[in-house]
Design a protein around this ligand. Structure first.
Ligand SMILES: Nc1ncnc2c1ncn2[C@@H]1O[C@H](COP(=O)(O)OP(=O)(O)OP(=O)(O)O)[C@@H](O)[C@H]1O
Ligand SMILES: [Mg+2]
Length: 223
């Protein structure tokens, strides 16, 4: 494992937008509507970190089962299953959470990070957590405590959040060191996916929209 201050995402074009990668030890938020590529981006990041950077990663999947996640990502050359067999990645499958179980599940993830001596935690997605909290106040307080705990442990976290209209919570309510946003935009008779970095503490980041392609591998280019 390297201890460089930044961890490259491994996504062509994205690292150049953010001074080479995301800051180690920070909590990064990746927002976007369903189908905008959050899981592909998060998986590429996790896979690159295990295969190229020799980091250890815990990947918590909330909506997609482990089986589906591994199958879908493998099609794009992101072989999370191989990384798991090799021992550099641990996938944790967590069902949608309810009320009081929230805290326990976060504790479970932290325990897995500790046990596997992982440096990176991916939570895909936070939406289940969101839906389980009853008030904005409760959510904010909870996120603040999660943020503090993860920062204290020096874990680099990438959390995705699936934004759907009428969800009741916006990303502005989140405590995070960075926010990246993926969007599908209709252009004539098709949609295109684009990415923008809304915020990244300590980073002179691009403020432009960039085009996103998923195959044969995820890449970001001039919009
Ligand atoms: N093998 C593939 N080749 C080309 N494009 C693909 C492939 N797999 C997925 N995609 C495209 O990438 C999109 C995003 O997939 P992804 O699962 O990462 O979205 P997501 O933001 O995680 O969605 P959700 O919120 O529903 O979990 C798909 O809707 C599809 O358009
Ligand atoms: Mg997803």
């Amino acid at each position: 494992m390297s201890s460089a201050a930044r961890i490259p995402t491994g996504i062509d074009g994205l690292d150049a937008m953010i001074e080479g990668g995301v800051i180690r030890g920070d909590m990064h938020l990746l927002a976007g509507a369903p189908g905008t590529g959050k899981t592909i981006l998060a998986s590429t990041f996790a896979y690159n970190a295990t295969t190229k950077l020799k980091e250890k990663v815990v990947y918590a999947t909330f909506e997609e089962s482990t089986e589906y996640l591994l199958r879908n990502m493998k099609k794009l050359g992101i072989d999370l299953g191989a990384a798991e067999k090799e021992g550099s990645l641990k996938v944790i499958d967590l069902d949608a959470l309810k009320g009081k179980e929230l805290e326990n599940n976060i504790q479970l993830l932290l325990a897995a990070v500790k046990e596997t001596k992982s440096t990176i935690l991916v939570i895909d997605s936070l939406t289940a957590l969101l839906l389980a909290t009853e008030s904005k106040f409760e959510l904010r307080a909870f996120m603040k405590s999660v943020y503090k705990t993860l920062k204290n442990q020096g874990v680099t976290t990438l959390m995705t959040i699936s934004q759907t209209p009428g969800m009741g919570f916006g990303i502005e309510g989140f405590v995070a060191d960075s926010v990246m946003l993926l969007e599908n935009v209709v252009d004539k008779d098709q949609f295109k996916t684009r990415l923008i970095v809304l915020k990244m503490r300590g980073t002179e980041h691009s403020k432009r929209y960039h085009s996103v392609q998923f195959a044969p591998k995820m890449a970001v280019s001039k919009y």
